[in-house]
Design a protein around this ligand. Structure first.
Ligand code: 3PG
Length: 206
């Protein structure tokens, strides 16, 4: 099950990839770091092509991020993604994904958003933008009334605060772009991606 896999990896690389030709080296760098999973954000022209390349790979889990509409959800479903992540809670996109059995982790930023998610039967959500919303303290406060919800905090997380987030029982995994930065991909610095991803995986395991 996807949630079990997410909890196993504990880290979700959030990636903006411009050229589909970078998809394979990216997957290899992440897989070499023992982190064979990525959320590819729909923020670049090449995102869908990159997703199509990545979903062909066995042993690599590909999700789509920054999905803002039903149209985009359909596109990434056709490209074969394993899951969808949205920055905010869009009831239309959520409904479409649920109707089509496509796992979705919608973004929430407040108790009101959480109530909506629970109404849709969703109890694993993205918490975005995590640091700006109060980070670990906010998640601790939300855990009281929403002890059955699990979070994927994303936004402002890096090696310096990863462990603090992962120590919370409500956190299933942490998302972030720090281990596969867009400028590294642009410059072909897949060695750097592998190095920092390895560090993240080690931090997660400690
Ligand atoms: C996202 O889309 O989830 C965020 O842009 C990732 O946030 P980060 O760049 O601060 O890790």
């Amino acid at each position: 099950m996807l949630e079990t896999q997410l909890a196993h990896w504990g880290i979700l690389p959030v990636v903006a990839i411009e050229s589909a030709s970078d998809a394979s080296p990216l997957a290899e760098a992440l897989s070499s770091a023992d982190l064979p999973i990525a959320e590819i954000t729909l923020r670049t022209d090449g995102a869908i092509h990159a997703i199509t390349q990545l979903t062909k790979r066995e042993q690599f889990i590909v999700g789509a991020g920054t999905v803002h509409s039903v149209e985009q959800a359909k596109q990434v479903a056709d490209a074969g993604v394993a899951f969808v992540v949205t920055p905010g809670f869009n009831p239309k996109t959520v409904s479409w994904c649920l109707q089509h059995s496509l796992p979705i982790f919608p973004g929430v930023s407040s108790p009101t958003d959480l109530e909506m998610a629970l109404d849709f039967g969703i109890n694993v959500v993205k918490f975005f933008p995590a640091e700006q919303l109060g980070g670990v303290n906010m998640l601790k406060a939300l855990h009281g009334p929403y002890s059955n919800v699990r979070f994927i905090p994303t936004g402002g997380i890096s090696l310096t605060n990863l462990r603090e987030y992962l120590s919370l029982p409500s956190v299933i995994a942490c998302g972030g772009s720090w281990m596969a930065r867009q400028d590294w991909i642009r410059k072909g610095r897949f060695d750097e991606i592998q190095r920092v991803s390895t560090q993240a995986v080690q931090e997660r395991r400690q």
